[in-house]
Ligand binder design. Structure first.
Ligand code: HEC
Length: 155
């Protein structure tokens, strides 16, 4: 069953394979607090999109397509953070890749989030919203008054 494999074979990790080359391996997704967009971002996204969202994470050079600069999503959308587009990418994968080929580099996150908690759908949705808010806070337009995401303890 392909869908259950996708749920468990998850996060990408950088493995040094020789001095110059880096390859990406899938490893099981690590649990994070669903309440902290920042923690999720650091655990799941920074490896490709970079710590501050502008790209250049350690796994970026192993990607066929360069990871998107997540700090200019608002700038590219008339100054407003494109929540709907973000949710679509989390739900269906990158909008840029050819669906028939799947996305080689960008995981589809929502099913992976669903594997993390027993109350799957509701918490996975909440994860996605908190992550969206965190990525929205990384927009270059916000950089002056840097908003740090609050870490709310899990109930
Ligand atoms: C293995 C590397 C990798 C990881 C990990 C990764 N991404 Fe990506 N992401 C990419 C690549 C490559 C692209 C751009 C190419 C493409 O669209 O296929 C992309 C594109 C995106 C886009 C689309 C940007 C646009 O222009 O609309 C969003 C949003 C995004 N990523 C968010 C995330 C979030 C949030 C996480 C963590 C939950 C994450 N990514 C983790 C590689 C990655």
């Amino acid at each position: 069953m392909r869908s259950s494999i996708l749920v468990f074979a998850v996060l990408y990790m950088l493995m040094p394979a020789g001095a110059q080359k880096a390859t990406i391996h899938q490893v099981p997704i690590k649990r994070t607090s669903w309440a902290s967009g920042q923690q999720m971002y650091r655990e799941y996204c920074a490896v490709c999109h970079g710590e501050h969202g502008a790209g250049g994470g350690p796994a970026a050079r192993a990607c066929i397509v360069k990871p998107a600069d997540l700090t200019i999503l608002a700038k590219n959308n008339s100054g407003k953070f494109p929540y709907n587009r973000f949710y679509a990418v989390m739900r269906f994968g990158s909008l840029m890749s050819t669906p028939a080929h799947g996305s080689a580099d960008m995981p589809v996150w929502l099913p992976l989030f669903s594997s993390l908690n027993s109350d799957r759908e509701a918490i996975a949705e909440q994860r996605m919203h908190n992550l969206a808010d965190y990525v929205a806070s990384l927009q270059e337009s916000n950089r002056r008054g840097v908003r740090s995401a609050a870490v709310v303890p899990e109930p």
